[in-house]
Write a protein of this length. Structure first.
Length: 276
């Protein structure tokens, strides 16, 4: 039986000491992918913000209560996975957005995170996580290892860290990779590994993945993701449709086929190649 990730204690802000070196600097087959282990590296510092009193965010917001209301709305809108609802109820989304947007952090809306990118709506994050877990996989316990394409501000990586054993999250924009690292550092999640690189190439070093989840939409699912997916695993990716527009696509890999399911229309930022 697989073990549940440490939950939810690790998401509480802690001022305990930690040591270790920044794990950055690994390159993978000349692909310029740099990893930072959020939990083990770069810490030894106090959290950017003081530890939260249980029910107050320091922004004049009762964050736990507002989050609980968001979770009730997610459940009412059809999110049925208790694990997913619990994860979204635990991760403090307001810590991933700019101070000026904190009051909107628990509304079901995407918000700007800089460099023209957005943090996905809570509903979309929940939906994608639920699809990733899938009925059979959810029964088997947390997924072994998941790759997220498009770290952005790091919010979904934090949610995934509660649902999966190991999260590799890759971002092509250096500014956002750095921002995510700063946002996630105080949470001290040893099972989240941030990568700077082109996610269209996947991250071969961490493969095979039980799941791959894309936060940016491309014209097609890159072959590298399919190659790096474990048999029995699934890819959840917003993908451009032949008639225009994007839809959420689920690809399931079995020993003898790749089964594609096209779901509802979505609006994600574009998947781009290269780093910047
Ligand atoms: N999951 C994120 C959402 C970020 S928006 C969050 O919780 O905040 C999608 C992100 O995908 C953007 O930051 C964008 O820069 C990134 N992206 C687009 N193409 C990419 C690629 N090829 N590799 C890695 N990241 C990519």
């Amino acid at each position: 039986m697989s073990q549940r990730p440490p939950f939810p204690a690790r998401l509480d802000f802690s001022t305990g000491s930690a040591s270790g070196k920044n794990g950055a600097g690994k390159s993978v087959a000349g692909k310029k992918t740099v990893t930072t282990a959020v939990g083990q590296g770069v810490i030894g510092q106090k959290p950017r913000q003081p530890a939260l009193p249980a029910m107050s965010s320091g922004h004049g917001m009762d964050s736990a209560a507002v989050r609980a209301r968001m979770v009730r709305n997610l459940a009412a809108s059809g999110i049925g996975s208790a694990a997913v609802l619990q994860a979204l109820g635990t991760v403090e989304r307001h810590r991933f957005v700019d101070t000026a947007l904190v009051n909107q952090a628990y509304e079901d809306t995407s918000l700007p995170i800089g460099l023209g990118q957005t943090i996905s709506k809570p509903n979309v994050v929940a939906r994608m996580c639920e699809l990733l877990l899938g009925a059979e996989l959810a029964r088997a316990g947390p997924l072994a290892r998941v790759l997220e394409i498009g770290t952005g501000c790091g919010y979904q990586a934090a949610v995934l860290s509660l649902l999966t054993r190991e999260v590799y999250s890759i971002e092509r924009l250096r500014g956002l990779h750095d921002k995510a690292r700063d946002n996630l550092r105080p949470f001290r999640l040893p099972n989240v590994h941030l990568l700077f690189g082109d996610g269209m190439l996947g991250y071969a070093k961490g493969a095979p993945y039980a799941g791959i989840i894309a936060a940016a939409g491309g014209e097609a699912v890159p072959q590298a993701w399919i190659d790096q997916l474990a048999t029995g695993g699934r890819i959840i990716a917003p993908t451009q449709m032949p008639g225009g527009g994007q839809a959420l696509v689920v690809l399931q890999k079995t020993t003898h086929e790749l089964k594609q399911t096209v779901l509802e229309a979505v609006h994600f930022v574009p998947l781009k190649s290269g780093i910047a």
